[in-house]
Design a protein. Structure first.
Ligand code: THU
Length: 159
């Protein structure tokens, strides 16, 4: 498993994983939000006119960003969180530790249902999501989620 490095100037310190992999990661929510706001300026949202930006802190300290990209065939539009996941993987991989998503007001926008599932695959249940109140764990936003353990179980129990 990748090791995280400390990110200084943060407003929140969290302990990631247990045992010898335990690391303390500092999350600078203000910086994440401003990265998300900057990304939202690149949004391609001519159909909904709702620009969205997202920024994630990866477990190696990288900050990856993305914006929504819509399409004339409405259902093909990509959420900002999809772009963040692509940036994470194409920029070297790793896991997300914290994510901020903003709308045009600069306020926190909660990830849609599809994106919650997508984020689970690249941040896990402990991924922290920015919120107007306190940050939320993805596990609380997507309870009883379908995950890799379900695939394993079905494969194991298949007659
Ligand atoms: N959108 C996102 O980018 N992320 C979300 O979690 C919710 C919605 C985008 C999709 C679409 O381009 C616009 O917001 C309006 O729904």
């Amino acid at each position: 498993m990748r090791k995280s490095r400390n990110v200084t100037g943060g407003t929140e310190c969290i302990q990631r994983w247990g045992g010898e992999d335990a690391m303390t990661v500092s999350i600078d929510w203000k910086a994440l939000r401003s990265n998300a706001i900057a990304a939202s300026k690149h949004a391609y949202a001519p159909y909904s006119e709702v620009p969205v930006g997202a920024a994630a802190l990866a477990d190696d300290g990288r900050v990856v960003t993305g914006c929504n990209v819509e399409n004339v065939s409405y259902g093909l539009g990509l959420c900002a969180e999809c772009a963040v996941v692509c940036a994470l993987i194409s920029g070297g991989g790793g896991r997300m530790v914290a994510l901020a998503v903003v709308d045009a007001t600069g306020g926190a926008l909660m990830p849609c249902g599809r994106c919650r599932q997508l984020l689970l695959g690249h941040g896990g249940p402990e991924l922290l999501i920015d919120h107007a109140g306190a940050p939320r764990r993805l596990a609380d936003l997507l309870p009883e989620a379908f995950g890799p353990a379900d695939l394993e179980r079905v494969r194991r129990e298949k007659p």
